[in-house]
Design a protein around this ligand. Structure first.
Ligand code: NDP
Ligand code: 13P
Ligand code: ZN
Length: 349
């Protein structure tokens, strides 16, 4: 009997471009998002974007500042939204702000609008939230944004490292898909050809456009933002973060626990991806292509450039498999000797 089914949740409108933040009110009314929103943001995006958005709205919206990706932050946003009886939520900022606002909106059952102020991660469009808790890291399903408004003027003016982090998050899709295929073969994990192909194509197109990704060039923000949207769509098609998150993400999540706030998410997954590609395909495999792609856009390719010690990286590599029930090339754990060999052979340490 044929009993397959899929429920793909995607944003209704994606608005990307020069100065589009000034069209926020129009984008909201286009989707009949009326009433009072709660703006969830952090300190820098509040000044550069949230206050400009508030001025366009009919009512003076409440603003909630958050600084950490924690379930407690999600609870705080839910409480504020309920106290203020708001009608929908706007997440204005980096990945943490967007994840927290997305999860809170899903919990309350109101619409969510994603307004990224950096191009540093592919959670901008995805139907997932990523939150650490104790020794684990949850990838939580949450309704994706109804609208995404990405102003390339703001994104291009942010520190350059955010753009290279977004590129590295996309380049790491290469190993994420490899891990997903491995899990499909060895553990019968469901694999989507469409989501896998879209995710890989997104990474390849970004690398193909590396020459146009240059500091000070607004077009860089345009190229990277389109790739982040495409990667988020792949996650929505898969109804999982699998197309964009494999062993390299597990290692990055462990680094966040071992040495918090040392490096950006995208940079960590990029460096980890060099080592996991080596674990997949060995000395003659494609790890050089991953490293060179990262280097071509100016993303870090070594633990030192991330600010992590050799010990921390090796600890993350050898314990990353414990963080989540997600089968990858790390299997039930790589030995310290194997992790060291992969990191030395690839020049990561
Ligand atoms: N749900 C998903 O599918 C995905 C989720 N993620 C998650 O996203 C998070 C990483 O996001 P990331 O954006 O890298 O980092 P964060 O959101 O943790 O940090 C972003 C920082 O950027 C600053 N900032 C934001 N906009 C600007 C700007 N325009 N100019 C200057 N500074 C700015 C903020 O500063 P300030 O504090 O001053 O406001 C903030 O501290 C991780 O938790 C990761 O797991 C990543 C990928 C996918
Ligand atoms: O960062 C992500 C995709 O780039 C989301 O992945 P996680 O599910 O591992 O949090
Ligand atoms: Zn990521």
């Amino acid at each position: 009997m044929f009993d397959k089914r899929a429920w793909i949740r995607l944003p209704r409108n994606v608005v990307i471009g020069h100065g589009v933040i000034e069209e926020t009110a129009t984008a909201l009314s286009d989707l009949h998002l009326d009433g009072v929103p709660l703006i969830v943001t952090s300190s820098t995006p509040k000044t550069i974007a949230a206050e400009r958005i508030a001025k366009q709205l009919e009512y003076d919206p409440p603003i909630e500042l958050i600084d950490e990706a924690k379930f407690a932050s999600v609870e705080r946003v839910i409480d504020r939204a309920e106290t203020e009886s708001v009608d929908f939520l706007l997440g204005v900022g980096g990945g943490t702000v967007i994840d927290v606002a997305k999860m809170a909106a899903d919990d309350i059952g109101v619409g969510f609008v994603s307004i990224p102020t950096t191009a540093s991660h592919d959670g901008i469009v995805s139907g997932r939230g990523s939150i650490p808790q104790g020794d684990t890291r949850h990838s939580v399903a949450a309704d994706p944004p109804l609208v995404v408004i990405a102003d390339t003027t703001i994104i291009a003016s942010a520190p350059w490292r955010f753009i290279t982090a977004g590129c590295a998050d996309i380049i790491s899709n290469h190993t994420a898909v490899r891990d997903w295929q491995l899990a499909h073969r060895l553990k019968n994990v469901e694999y989507s050809e469409y989501a896998g192909a879209l995710s890989r194509m997104t990474a390849e197109m970004l690398v193909g456009n590396a020459d146009s990704i240059k500091k000070g060039l607004e077009e860089s923000a345009w190229i990277v933002m389109k790739a982040l949207v495409s990667s988020g769509v792949a996650m929505s098609i898969a109804d999982s973060s699998r197309p964009a998150s494999g062993a390299e993400h597990l290692i990055s999540h462990q680094l966040d626990r071992i040495a918090p706030e040392t490096a950006l998410h995208g940079h960590q997954v990029g460096v980890a991806s060099i080592t996991t590609e080596y674990l997949h395909s060995g000395q003659d495999g494609e790890w050089r292509a991953v490293r060179d792609a990262l280097a071509s856009i100016g993303a870090p390719t070594t633990a030192e450039a991330l600010g992590h010690t050799t010990e921390d990286l090796l600890e993350a590599m050898t314990t990353a498999h414990e963080i989540r029930d997600r089968y990858t090339i790390l299997g039930n754990g790589v030995s310290e000797a194997a992790a060291r060999e992969a990191a030395i052979a690839t020049g990561v340490i």
